[in-house]
Design a protein around this ligand. Structure first.
Ligand code: ADP
Ligand code: MG
Length: 243
């Protein structure tokens, strides 16, 4: 359903993604792990065209683009098919929880305000924040803010949700409620690509774990295999540090 071929991204002289090939099936939960500075965020950002890749093909659902040829309409279409959850939530401070969830539906999907707000209320129910519809981000806990961030991604009904270290900015007390919402989505077979250091989540939830190093996918497989019998020395080294 999602296919990435030969994806390359350079920043100046540095090749940060060095030819990524990846296929994701509908309903698949993939966790991406690896040392910092290895290109995990850049991979997610390229899939959403938050960064423009330098080479490669991206296919999401029925849309297939050579990234070097992508026009504005292709980029918008890719963005509609890929929703992003940021480490730092990236909510609008001057909008309520409800408005934060509705905003993309109004601006990107061109829904009427009434329709978008109705959907946002349904989402607030599902993320357990129905009573916070009119609350501004500053009055919400970190965990609640990130649940709104996830709610915004859910509202988009994208083919895949890209999570970039969604719990890394959270105080420890809020991590569990965010992971628990992500597990709920996983049970509903929402296709997800998750960069995280939460190895417990990876072990419990992921269909596949991908280990990246130096802008490449070094190794991948089911969690039980990657965690207990890593084949590559770099994977072993990384896991020794984090497990
Ligand atoms: P990870 O998420 O695995 O920690 P990143 O994808 O954030 O890694 O970064 C990979 C490399 O690309 C790092 O060396 C980082 O410094 C560099 N990088 C990321 N974004 C930019 C940017 N906008 N400009 C220049 N270099 C960048
Ligand atoms: Mg990162």
């Amino acid at each position: 359903m999602i296919k990435v071929q030969g994806l390359v991204k350079r920043f100046g002289a540095a090749t940060v993604l060095d030819g990524i090939d990846l296929e994701i099936q509908q309903g698949e939960i993939i966790v991406v792990i690896g040392p910092s500075g290895t290109g995990k965020s850049t991979l997610l950002r390229c899939l959403n065209f938050l960064e423009r890749p330098d080479a490669g093909w991206l296919q999401v659902g029925d849309l297939s683009v050579d990234v070097t040829q992508a026009r504005k309409a292709d980029i918008l279409a890719l963005r509609r098919r890929t929703a992003f959850v940021f480490q730092n939530y990236a909510l609008f401070a001057n909008k309520t929880a409800l408005e934060n969830i509705a905003e993309g539906l109004i601006v990107v999907n061109r829904w009427t305000k009434a329709r978008a707000h109705a959907r946002a209320r349904e989402i607030l129910e599902r993320i357990g924040l129905a009573d916070k519809a009119d609350a501004y981000p500053a009055s919400l806990s970190g965990g609640q803010q990130q649940r709104v961030g996830i709610g915004r991604a859910m509202a988009a009904q994208a083919e895949v949700i890209l999570f970039d270290e969604p719990t890394s900015s959270l105080d420890p007390e809020w991590v569990e409620e965010v992971l628990s919402l992500m597990k709920q989505l996983a049970r509903e077979r929402q296709t997800m690509l998750v960069v995280t250091h939460e190895m417990g989540f990876a072990r419990d939830v992921a269909d596949r774990v991908i280990f990246m190093d130096g802008g490449r996918i070094v190794e991948q497989g089911v969690p039980s295999h990657v965690f207990t019998q890593p084949q590559d020395a770099r994977t072993r080294d990384f896991l020794r540090k984090v497990l």
